[in-house]
Design a protein around this ligand. Structure first.
Ligand code: NAD
Length: 238
């Protein structure tokens, strides 16, 4: 694939882009969080039934996040952003901050951020805030209204953030690249269909073919950290 000066690139990353940094994926090989089945703890129902268990899951992920670093795939995408400027758009399903740590400037986290917390009461006027604390024995409460605080992440069954902006970017992109996403979590899994309908070229990078592989013009079966640096180098050189 070549990127011409008139192209606009939309990149969607999933858990796979952070796998080589040591953050486990939900699906694919090894995709279970130490006995927690993600689809059972990352839901509003789970939080309602057992908020401490859910906070323990996210506290474990916060602790793990502090031990990891971006890998060559994150750095390659940051380099691509430096080269393409505003013709590059990065949307991640990941809640980690590894894209930012690698130097990406404008990252849209459609599923929220692991290191942010917010009030669980929708009507509360307080805003999400940066928070790396682990809550394992006592539940945190909102300083404004007293309701329980929750991780600022989009759980299964909730609506992802900033969809209007995402669809606007998708509609004007001419290339869509997905990296490390199993292609089963909606609405992200359908971005490639929309891009294709608009005539965009589509490419997937990851070691296993995703569920929506037939929507991609090109599927590069490789680990992101191994494939992306070379791909980006070639694109930049061309
Ligand atoms: P997923 O767990 O459903 O699928 C991960 C995909 O990554 C699989 O298709 C797998 O083949 C691929 N993969 C594994 N190693 C890879 C590598 N080295 N390079 C490239 N690809 C690799 O992930 P998803 O599709 O992103 O959806 C799951 C949901 O869980 C998303 O909302 C995601 O944000 C969230 N999640 C986030 C993190 C994180 O923030 N790091 C971690 C786990 C899950």
């Amino acid at each position: 694939m070549r990127i011409s000066p008139s192209d606009r690139l939309f990149v969607l990353t999933g858990a796979g882009v952070s796998a080589e940094s040591g953050l486990p994926t939900f699906r694919g090989a090894g995709g279970i969080w130490r006995g927690y089945r993600a689809t059972e703890v990352a839901t509003p129902e789970a939080f309602h039934a057992d908020p401490l268990m859910v906070w323990q899951f996210y506290s474990m992920r916060r602790r793990k996040h502090q031990e990891v670093k971006p890998n060559p795939a994150h750095f390659a995408l940051a380099e691509l952003e430096r080269q393409l400027g505003e013709r590059f758009f990065l949307c991640t399903q990941n809640v980690d901050s590894l894209h930012e740590q690698a130097g990406s400037q404008r990252v849209l986290h459609m599923h929220g951020r692991l290191m942010m917390t917010r009030c669980s009461r929708e009507a509360c006027p307080s805003k999400p805030f940066e928070d790396s604390a682990a809550y394992e024995t006592e539940l945190p409460k909102c300083a404004t209204c007293g309701a329980l605080l929750r991780p600022h992440v989009c759980w299964f069954g909730e609506v992802p953030y900033e969809l209007d902006r995402i669809f606007a970017e998708l509609n004007r992109s001419t290339i869509l690249m997905t990296v490390g996403s199993s292609g089963v979590v909606e609405p992200a899994a359908s971005f490639v269909r929309l891009a294709r309908r608009n005539g965009a070229r589509t490419i997937y990078v990851g070691p296993e073919a995703p569920a929506n592989h037939d929507c991609f013009d090109e599927v590069v079966l490789a680990k992101a950290g191994e494939a992306l640096p070379g791909m980006v180098k070639d694109w930049v050189a061309a």
